[in-house]
Design a protein. Structure first.
Lengths: 428, 292, 460
């Protein structure tokens, strides 16, 4: 008898506790023009993997943006408003992204989302952000699905899609007689990442002799069988479409197998600083001669006023100077200009209008034009092709840039672009 | 055919690592009837310690010794603090307790050494061996790894079959109460089992690190494959863990070689299910695993 | 009164009343809290649904499972695929809706539960853990393997069938996506009044020091001038003739005609649940999610109550405690284990179907090994063999991460410490609870309360 009674007492206590816990009163917010903006503050949020398997490299992006915002705040903010940047760790898990985003919207009352990272993660929240009319600025993914103003009117991707990148690589490859003559193979990451690449190469008219893939997360078997396969097929040029941690394994395994093709590697898979961390002393030797596209001015080129100034911000905040830091500061700089351009009477619609009408004038370390309109929200439009030298520096191979669309057809076209000088002291 | 040979040889290197980790799981299972989910976390942690020692001293060998010592200590700590206090912990409780340790170790490593992948220096040549007029997908380093695995298996087998410590460990694993009555210091024996498992895991970590770099989560996938190998092998069997570990490496290599690599985990799952359906106690296991 | 309780069906009515009362209370709570709490409530109810199955499988039937997250994925994918691909139920003219999709998810749960149960019934302890671990890893891998159907790693987005008065549907894609004319250069910066030329560079010397919130100490006179602008001008910028400059003609077309009204003006203000035009739509997304999750949880809870406190519950317990004795008295131990797997699989599938509606998304990343392990964490911490334990476990799964995040907070620690602190505390807390309360919170409280009652009974 007493046991049943005990169970009931516990049960009652539990229900009461839940009811009390969940019925806690919510702070009633005074309805302003738009949430997240006051006379002296703008609240923006992001979700990104700070811990977990996907965090190496990516974890540096948000702190870099934070460092830039701190710098702007120290100089008086934007139109008198300081930026409050709320960073949530989602460990690259879409379910956690959803919870984190709900908290950003409902508890932190963000004005805008900025730099949310990852395709699967952002897929879980993009519709909700748009439904609520929250600007979703500079999503950190190359998936072309998010550039769709009809469906996602508030979402603005920043870097060119993987399809564009594959078209650029394909066009460059066909345009260079020596490269075009080589026996071509492609090694890609399974899933949308690799699929997008295949779409782009197909559109560019590039066929491959051998196609090999890897399963993301595969770390125990270091690509031995894939490298064996490519070597047996006699591949002379290997295009690699994967993430940086996989690049490290690929280069290491290939060196071990004495497999030395000409490599052409996607920009997201070829950060030399992160590669150096994984490859150690052999980095320089392994990276020499690798072709890689890029849309930012080469990271080691400190004669470039963007690079030198962004490096100052990184150094002063004790951040590692790698592509992720560089990229984080750069996008934060562009966002700050967009917020400034939206005017002192900041609204969500104002920010979106500013992005759609004034983006081509925004300064950034990108050496390709940024063109956003009401019909296309894709920020950057192309790449230049570079090649790594013996000290792990990307050297620009093309004076021109290559631009393309994310459509399943059409090739990349050559164009020229002269970026303007940075704003005074990199302030918006 | 030569390509098949290449895939098989290429799989042995990674298989040896899976085998060592499976061996560590078997050791803790034999000692305390607990599957230690934190094993890969302990190995990751000790490998980071080894990397710090390596950076400090420049010696691969001293770093390996450091990892072995740290592995033993960490194994004892986990057993002493987490598993000893609860006498009769069921499978779920033990899994969750060791899972908690895994999360804590990964977070601690992230705090101390940061979340980035770090290179682990390569002590031996890791380029393909040329022999009989062709290159083989095996390096001197692969042979070292396989050699370590072999020495550990032989050494542990001798320990269990030829020494009184091994005898008392087997007795304790079989029936702690009876072992206690026959004068075995059960508590000490269990702790030694955990220390041994920690050592094997630490060696596996140091051996795998040069080929895959090290980060707090870099051994996660190893847990899944090692656990699978240990279970199919029959959790009580050292030989089973090693054979199935190498077998898992081979299967992963051959499957990703001949078909799409995304088939590898699916094939692994199907084989696991088939195996357990046909032989529930594992290939090398005793009949005790199935109850009814 | 006592006689009345013995009537056949009386227990059924009692359980139905209990479930209805729980539903009524929770719906009242749901109606009176803010949106974020609605969202948490939805998650708690969803986890509780899955965890009722864990109680039956782990607690009553005594089998360990690391794979219930994958069973949730099965329900989730079935819900998503049927709602996305079927207008009508095949071979019929019945229009598809969310309820049918949930039913299909439940059927899928039965089938998978049967298969896994048959495989697992002969296995014990770690061998079963191994099988279910394989399932937890393998089933999301299948979604990756067949991206055409399952959407691959990216997953599938759902259009949740909102009831009338819900959020306005997002307009379809407008087709044309690209601007053909690209600018070839950027214009000079608009002259910024006093600042002379383009030369103001940020260097480590003029970087603002100290407190980020303080205004910069750099006086205007300290600014760099055109003279110390780096002489090595990037070649990409210098090499272009003035003729390449942006003009009105080659300026991107969007600049001239602001077609900015692509945004729906009646976007919702999330803080009030009303449109910005002030019309109360009377619909809060999170409240709807919670209503759905609570309804499913109460129905599943009702079924679970009947099973646990009925004959089947006694069968499960008998097999768990002494399979040989159970077999002797005519119970099939294997059959009872398979039944437990099927029931927990159906519950997990339903929870998964609710989960994808909360997320409006399904993908392998949301249903990985981490989810399966979380379910086990929840049930072990809450209490293995009681449905109340399942509910407490569900609350813990939602509340604990928030709690540790608050504990770790922003304490001015080094970044890599701050990032990892929540995980460290979480891991240690899990270990601590298992050590202090091996029977879970409910088991420990029961023991405590029981001891107190025994003492009062003795002294009284």
């Amino acid at each position: 008898m007493s046991k049943v009674l005990a169970t009931r007492v516990v049960a009652f206590g539990a229900v009461a506790a839940i009811a009390l816990a969940t019925a806690a009163p919510s702070g009633a917010a005074v309805a302003a023009a738009d949430p997240g903006v006051s006379s002296n503050q703008i609240v923006i949020g992001t979700t990104t993997p700070l811990t977990g398997p996907a965090s190496p490299g990516y974890k540096d992006v948000a702190p870099a943006a934070q460092a830039y915002f701190n710098y702007v705040n120290a100089n008086g903010g934007i139109n008198g408003r300081k930026i409050k940047y709320v960073v949530k760790d989602d460990q690259y898990n879409p379910a956690k992204t959803k919870s984190a985003t709900s908290e950003l919207i409902l508890r932190d009352k963000i004005f805008a989302m900025f730099g949310a990272l990852g395709t699967p993660t952002h897929s879980a929240v993009v519709a909700d952000l748009n439904r609520r009319g929250i600007p979703d600025v500079f999503v950190n993914t190359g998936s072309s699905t998010f550039d769709n103003p009809g469906k996602y009117p508030t979402t603005f991707p920043y870097f060119p899609s993987y399809v564009v990148e594959a078209k650029v690589m394909g066009s460059y490859l066909l345009g260079d007689a020596a490269l075009a003559a080589k026996k071509r193979c492609i090694f890609y990451q399974d899933g949308e990442f690799g699929d997008n690449a295949l779409v782009g190469f197909n559109a560019a008219g590039v066929q491959f002799d051998t196609q090999v893939s890897y399963f993301s997360g595969q770390q125990v078997a270091p690509f031995t069988s894939q490298v064996t396969k490519m070597k047996a097929a006699g591949c002379e040029l290997v295009v690699f479409f994967g993430v940086t941690s996989a690049t490290a394994q690929l280069l290491g395994t290939s060196a071990k197998a004495a497999f030395r093709p000409t490599w052409m590697i996607t920009s997201v898979g070829s950060d030399p600083t992160v590669l150096a961390g994984s490859l150690g002393a052999a980095t320089g030797a392994l990276m020499t001669g690798i072709y890689a596209p890029s849309f930012l001015a080469p990271i080691q080129d400190t004669t470039n006023p963007y690079v030198s100034q962004m490096k100052v911000i990184a150094d002063k905040n004790g951040l590692p100077w790698n592509f992720y830091t560089y990229y984080g500061i750069n996008t934060a700089y562009v966002l700050a200009q967009a917020l400034k351009a939206a005017g002192p009477n900041l609204t969500r619609q104002g920010l979106i209008t500013a992005l759609q009408t004034k983006a081509s004038g925004f300064r950034s370390a990108a050496v390709v034009p940024m063109v956003i309109s009401a019909k296309s929200h894709q920020g950057l439009t192309g790449y230049y092709m570079g090649q790594y030298d013996g000290s792990g520096n990307l050297v620009r191979k093309t004076s021109y840039i290559l631009t393309a669309t994310s459509a399943a057809t059409g090739t990349a076209k050559q164009a020229t672009f002269r970026p303007g000088a940075p704003t005074s002291k990199l302030l918006p | 055919m030569t390509q098949f040979l290449d895939y098989v040889l290429g799989g042995i290197g990674s298989g040896a690592i899976i085998a060592l980790m499976a061996l560590a799981l078997v050791l803790t299972w034999r000692a305390t009837r607990v599957v230690n989910f934190a094993q890969v976390g302990q190995a990751m942690f000790t490998t980071f310690i080894a990397l710090s020692i390596q950076t400090l001293t420049g010696s691969w060998f001293i770093a390996l010794i450091g990892a072995i010592v740290a592995g033993a200590i960490l194994g004892v700590i986990v057993q002493y603090l987490v598993l000893r206090p609860v006498k009769r912990m069921d499978t779920s409780g033990a899994i969750i307790a060791t899972f908690g340790v895994l999360i804590a170790l990964q977070a601690a490593a992230g705090m101390i050494w940061g979340g980035d992948s770090q290179a682990y220096p390569q002590p031996f040549s890791n380029t393909a061996i040329s022999l009989f007029g062709r290159e083989w997908p095996l390096s001197v380093y692969d042979l070292v790894v396989i050699g370590f695995a072999g020495v550990l298996v032989v050494g542990l087998t001798l320990l269990f079959t030829r020494t009184s410590l091994g005898l008392s460990m087997r007795a304790t694993a079989f029936n702690p109460e009876v072992a206690r009555l026959s004068g075995v210091r059960v508590g000490r024996t269990l702790t030694i089992g955990w220390a041994l498992a920690g050592v094997v895991g630490a060696v596996a970590g140091v051996l795998v690190a040069p080929t895959s770099a090290i980060s707090p989560n870099s051994f996660d996938i190893l847990l899944v494959f090692a656990f699978t190998a240990a279970v199919i092998g029959g959790l009580d069997s050292l030989i089973g863990a090693v054979a199935l570990g190498i077998g898992t490496g081979l299967i992963l290599s051959v499957v990703s070689g001949y078909s799409d690599s995304s088939n590898a985990p699916v094939v692994a799952l199907v084989l696991l299910a088939l195996n357990l359906a046909i032989k529930p106690e594992g290939i090398f296991g005793h009949n005790s695993a199935r109850s009814v | 009164m006592r006689d009345l309780m013995r009537l056949p069906g009386a227990r059924l009515i009692q359980h139905a009343l209990l479930a209805f009362a729980a539903w009524a209370v929770l719906m009242w709570v749901n109606g009176s809290v803010d949106e974020l709490t609605n969202y948490y409530l939805a998650l708690i109810a969803m986890y509780a649904t899955a965890m009722f199955g864990m109680v039956i499988l782990v607690g009553l039937s005594g089998q360990v499972s690391l794979g219930n997250g994958a069973l949730m994925a099965i329900g989730g994918y079935i819900f998503a695929l049927t709602t996305l691909n079927w207008q009508y139920i095949p071979l019929t003219s019945i229009p598809m809706n969310g309820v049918w999709a949930m039913l299909f998810a439940a059927i899928g749960g039965v089938v998978f539960g049967l298969v896994i149960g048959l495989l697992g019934a002969r296995l014990t302890g770690p061998y079963l853990a191994g099988l279910t671990l394989g399932i937890a890893v393998g089933i999301p891998a299948i979604a990756n393997r067949f991206p055409g159907l399952f959407g691959g790693e990216t997953g599938l987005q759902l259009t949740v069938p909102y009831p009338d008065g819900g959020y306005p549907a997002v307009a379809e894609a407008s087709g044309e996506q690209f601007v053909t004319e690209l600018p070839t250069s950027q214009d000079a910066l608009p002259s910024a009044g006093a600042s002379a030329g383009a030369g103001d560079l940020l260097t480590s010397d003029n970087f603002p020091s100290g407190d980020a919130s303080a205004l910069p100490s750099v006086a205007p006179g300290d600014l760099l001038t055109a003279d110390n602008f780096p002489s090595a001008d990037p070649s990409a910028m210098a090499s272009v003739a003035p003729g390449d400059l942006l003009t009105v003609d080659n300026f991107p077309s969007a600049g001239a005609t602001p077609e900015a009204s692509s945004l729906d003006v009646s976007v919702l203000d999330p803080s009030t649940g009303t449109g910005t035009d002030g019309v109360d739509l009377g619909f809060v997304l999170e409240r709807w999610e919670a209503s759905l999750a609570i309804a499913v949880a109460c129905i599943v809870g009702f079924i679970a109550l009947n099973l646990v406190r009925g004959r089947q519950g006694r069968v499960w317990r008998a097999v768990r405690d002494d399979p040989v004795a159970a077999a002797v008295s005519g119970i099939s131990p294997a059959g009872s284990k398979v039944t437990a797997f099927m029931v927990s699989s159906v519950f997990a599938s339903l929870a998964g179907a609710v989960f994808v509606q909360i997320l409006a998304y399904v993908g392998p990343g949301a249903f990985g090994l981490g989810l399966s392990l979380s379910l086990l964490v929840g049930i072990v911490l809450g209490g293995r063999s009681s449905l109340v334990g399942a509910v407490i476990g569900a609350v813990l799964l939602v509340w604990l991460p928030e709690f540790v995040l608050g504990l770790a907070g922003d304490r001015g620690w080094d970044e890599q410490v701050t990032n990892n602190a929540p995980n460290l505390i979480y891991g240690l807390l899990v270990v601590l609870v298992v050590l202090v309360a091996p029977g879970g919170i409910v088991g420990t409280l029961q023991a405590l309360v029981g001891r107190i009652f025994k003492r009062t009974a003795r002294s009284g």
